[in-house]
Design a protein around this ligand. Structure first.
Ligand code: IMP
Length: 489
């Protein structure tokens, strides 16, 4: 960061955000196809340093799966019961892996209707059929359902399943599995030992359709979930949380302001009971980061900080409370604390991104990854339906602090708890344009980031953090946008 920027922005004198700054062009002395936008958070590597927000109109299992397949990450929201959260994390973990350990099965005497319900609930296209001795005796896929609706209620799975199941031994290689799937022209290959089910291999998981996918050590998709810093109130909730932990790689502590004694204590207790890694947030200042990095004695599970307060497009925190730390300011502040105390901690700039050009700006002031709800709420993969308003396709996008989102009890502790928080919402609910598939949105964002890095003369994320930046005058801001035209802008 230039001294000028440090003095003007990092001081408390000016609280700047994206539109207030520009990256100063640099010398490009590398081959532009070799540019590397991959980034790290703890032990995890992301080919695409972009995360979708933990919001109930942005990231449920479909978005989380797609984001991870495309090289980023989707943080599952928590505005639902722990049981529902468990279903979501299981779906993400099972979505793609060379070997599925936790195979969905159904008893041979089950009815077709039960198979349908199970397959819909788990979001799977096939189910392994087992007998009373737990041995594999068939496989039933979506294609096996009879076309006559009336049979659905009365028909038995055993009459429609494939009975001659081709299976493979435990320990078979990827190539052996591929060969067997191809030879028999099948899509699902149970792994069996003396007839007992040990796992399942599927064609779609073996094909390198998504070479950039964000994966864990066993080749399954990375899974992240928002988490309240409050320790569960009863044993059964703790038990469920531990089960969720089993399928989750990273918990994102999900509160509007994390620099609070009660949240820090709760999170430390959670870390003792759970095994996954933790990203803590949100915070907005050097002081908060310094405190978390030096005074709290968190375990090694602490891998990242998420920053930005009051910047979200659906956020009204700063209007309602007068407090905020815009994402660019917060990123610059916390980046300095991380550099001073623990450079291994990852930094996520969260919210307030309006244009692709805001991504390189966040990275230039120290972010490792960026998080957005706004870019993704209008995608096909976000929860909710496509509506039409005045001929335009739209989807609902709502803040987790909006009145609409806080009708359930699950998210109340994201903000200041108590009666006042119910009457003083910190978010709004509105529509955003429907923008099609998330892959198109990510391509545009990646291009913005890549091209910004090329102009800045940085061939990777760590060099981009050394780019020179500066505050732009009001006149400069106007000039940097299309201007003096016939009025389209
Ligand atoms: P956006 O991408 O600019 O819309 O910002 C999304 C971010 O805003 C999320 O990742 C959250 O950190 C934050 N956020 C979500 N809901 C609310 C809210 O109701 N009030 C304030 N901030 C919110």
């Amino acid at each position: 960061m230039t001294d000028y920027f440090r003095k003007k922005v990092h001081s408390d004198e000016i609280i700047a955000t994206f539109d207030d700054m520009l990256i100063i062009p640099g010398y490009t002395n590398f081959d532009i196809d070799k540019i590397d936008i991959s980034s790290k958070l703890g032990k995890y590597e992301f080919h695409v340093p972009i995360i979708s927000s933990a919001m109930d109109t942005v990231t449920a299992e479909e978005m989380a799966i797609k984001m991870a397949l495309l090289g980023g990450l989707g943080v599952l929201h928590r505005n639902c019961s722990l049981q529902k959260q468990l279903e979501m994390v299981r779906k993400v973990k099972r979505a793609r892996s060379f070997v599925i350990d936790d195979v969905a099965t159904i008893k041979v005497d089950a009815k077709l209707a039960e198979a349908k319900m199970r397959m819909e609930k788990d979001g799977i296209s096939g189910i392994v059929v087992i007998n009373d001795e737990n041995k594999v005796c068939g496989i039933f896929t979506k294609r096996d359902f009879p076309y006559k609706e009336e049979i659905m209620n009365t028909g038995d799975v055993k009459d429609y399943m494939t009975k001659n199941v081709v299976s493979i031994d435990p320990g078979a290689s990827r190539e052996e599995a591929l060969e067997m799937l191809f030879q028999h022209r099948i899509e699902k290959l149970p792994i069996t030992e003396n007839g007992h089910l040990k796992g399942l291999i599927t064609t779609k998981d073996l094909k390198p359709e998504f070479p950039l996918a964000s994966k864990d050590e066993e080749g399954r998709l990375l899974c992240a979930l928002a988490l309240s810093p409050k320790f569960p109130e009863n044993i059964s909730s703790l038990k469920l949380l531990k089960e969720i932990d089993h399928y989750t790689d990273i918990f994102f502590i999900d509160v509007a302001a994390f620099y609070k004694d009660v949240d820090i204590r709760g999170t430390k207790n959670l870390m003792e009971s759970l095994e996954s890694d933790f990203v803590l947030g949100n915070i907005g200042t050097y002081e908060a980061a310094e405190f978390l990095l030096t005074k709290c004695d968190f375990s090694e599970q602490f891998i990242g900080l998420k920053v930005g307060m009051g910047s979200g497009s659906i956020c009204s925190t700063s209007i309602q409370t007068g407090v905020g730390a815009p994402t660019l300011y917060a990123t610059a502040q916390v980046a300095d604390a991380i550099a001073d105390y623990n450079p291994k901690i990852g930094l996520i700039a969260d919210g307030g991104f309006k244009n692709p050009g805001d991504l390189p700006k966040a990275i230039a002031v120290g972010a490792d990854l960026i998080m957005s709800g706004h870019f993704f709420a209008g995608c096909e993969e976000s929860p909710g339906y496509v509506d039409t308003i005045q001929g335009r396709k739209v989807k609902v996008y709502r803040g987790m602090g909006s009145k609409e989102a806080r009708t359930s009890e699950f998210i109340l502790d994201r903000y200041i708890e108590g009666e006042s928080s119910k009457t003083l919402p910190e978010g709004v609910s509105d529509y955003v344009p429907f923008v099609g598939s998330v892959s198109g949105v990510l391509s545009t964002l990646k291009e913005g980031l890549r091209n910004g890095m090329i102009y800045a003369g940085a061939n990777n994320i760590s060099n981009m953090k050394k780019a020179k930046v500066g505050i732009i005058s009001n006149a400069g801001q106007i000039e940097q946008r299309p201007h003096d035209l016939m009025g389209r802008y």
